[in-house]
Design a protein. Structure first.
Length: 417
């Protein structure tokens, strides 16, 4: 299995074939779909010799819907494959893996997405009889659904109400509804795209009469974690698997160690969820977030949780903010949580030259993680202490990981009592 959830195979001539819908070790009949340079892309038509890990996908929209790629694989095997994918990425980047790599799966790998984007599927009369759903596999054409097994029940139970909203308050230009479950699932934050293609009077009327339903909001909502409360807007980044987020962030906290009295950098900080927890003991947490709207929410969240005096937001790119901060004060720990593209070369170069004794890297892409670790570990001064796979996206090929690195050429600064 390679990154992207495809099985690697070869045809009789030795050409590479990447197969969708397979499981390593199976004998399958495939349909060739297209060729890109020297690589064929194919889809399983029939499993001639099935893996013991193959199962019937529980969702009736598989494989037509493109949202889940691995519902045909048992969950325990999904976790093993994600670990194998990360190991393969490290090997290709010539990065030595640690002695122990842990995997944290979910007790219940369903109904975990607290945020989702549902496409409007026009009916015969446009928005007046439209449905809601997701893009088909390998297509931009959406398919209407009545349920989705990986989305939070607050979202899926509200689909009838949302279809009514689209049909009575939406224009024919409406394309998607961006949804976030908030207030412990009692509130649904709705944002239409493009903006202005939903009649707000209809939204307000539905919100006022939604007795017994999840209430609607179009501005912001609140999420809670470890006794903290956070304001979230549709534009602000959040971990969509809010339930499994505790396992992810605990891995981060374990990697950072005791930060009592230390100066911590939270790079790519978003709205400051982890920063609030870190600021309970750290002397200072400097959050680097170039998205100004997210940074403003982060400042608000620090105030809401009474840690504003120890949290500082810097609304400039990390590659500029890190060296500037280092010229002003010491940096004891760095937390990296970049987007899928990974860290820029300027960030990894600065860390390799002048980074602190401990760095924790949260990644959502094994390929870019391995690329960055090649600079920091493969040819740089850091060694990997721990690497954890935290499954934030069951039933899909997406892999989230937490890597803890220790600098070899500097003594570790202990927490200050």
């Amino acid at each position: 299995m390679v990154h992207g959830g495809l099985c690697l195979a070869h045809d009789d001539s030795g050409a590479v074939v990447l197969v969708e819908g397979g499981i390593p070790g199976e004998l399958v009949e495939v349909e060739l779909r297209f060729r890109k340079k020297n690589i064929w892309f194919a889809t399983v038509r029939d499993a001639i010799e099935s893996s013991s890990d193959r199962r019937e996908a529980p969702c009736p929209y598989v494989p037509e819907c493109g949202g889940c790629q691995w519902q045909h694989i048992t969950y325990s095997r999904q976790l093993e494959l994600k670990l194998e994918i990360v190991r393969d990425a490290l090997r290709r980047a010539k990065v030595s893996e640690p002695d122990v790599m842990s995997v944290h799966g979910m007790h219940d790998p369903w109904r975990y997405r607290w945020r989702g984007e549902f496409h409007v599927v026009p009916g015969e009369h446009g928005a007046r009889d439209a449905g809601l759903g997701f893009n088909r596999a390998r297509s931009w054409r959406p398919i209407a659904v009545d349920d989705c097994l990986i989305h939070h029940e607050s979202l899926t139970s509200s689909l009838p109400l949302l279809r009514e909203l689209v049909r009575t308050g939406g224009t024919d230009e409406l394309r998607t509804l961006h949804l976030t479950a908030g207030e412990d699932g009692a509130e649904l934050l709705v944002r239409e795209r493009p903006r202005g293609t939903i009649d707000r009077d209809v939204v307000d009327r539905m919100a006022a009469t939604a007795t017994g339903r999840v209430r609607l909001s179009t501005d912001s909502t609140s999420l809670r974690w470890r006794g903290h409360s956070f304001r979230i807007t549709p534009e602000a980044f959040m971990q969509v698997n809010w339930t499994q987020m505790d396992a992810l962030y605990q891995s981060v906290l374990d990697g950072l160690g005791d930060v009592t009295g230390l100066h911590v950098v939270d790079a790519f900080a978003g709205v400051g969820v982890l920063a609030v927890e870190l600021a309970m003991t750290a002397a200072q947490v400097v959050c680097m977030e170039s998205n100004r709207a997210a940074a403003r929410l982060g400042v608000l969240n620090a105030q809401l949780n009474d840690v504003a005096e120890r949290v500082r937001f810097v609304a400039v790119p990390v590659e500029r903010a890190l060296p500037q901060l280092a010229s002003e004060t010491r940096i004891d720990r760095v937390l990296l949580d970049p987007p899928r593209a990974g860290c820029g070369g300027a960030v990894t170069a600065w860390l390799a030259l002048a980074g602190p004794e401990r760095v924790v890297y949260v990644s959502c892409d094994p390929a870019t993680l391995a690329r960055d670790l090649h600079v920091l570990v493969g040819s740089g001064p850091y060694v990997i202490e721990t690497l954890s796979i935290v499954d934030m996206f069951p039933q899909t090929h997406h892999v989230e990981s937490v890597t803890t690195m220790r600098r070899q050429d500097a003594p570790e600064r202990s927490a200050i009592p």
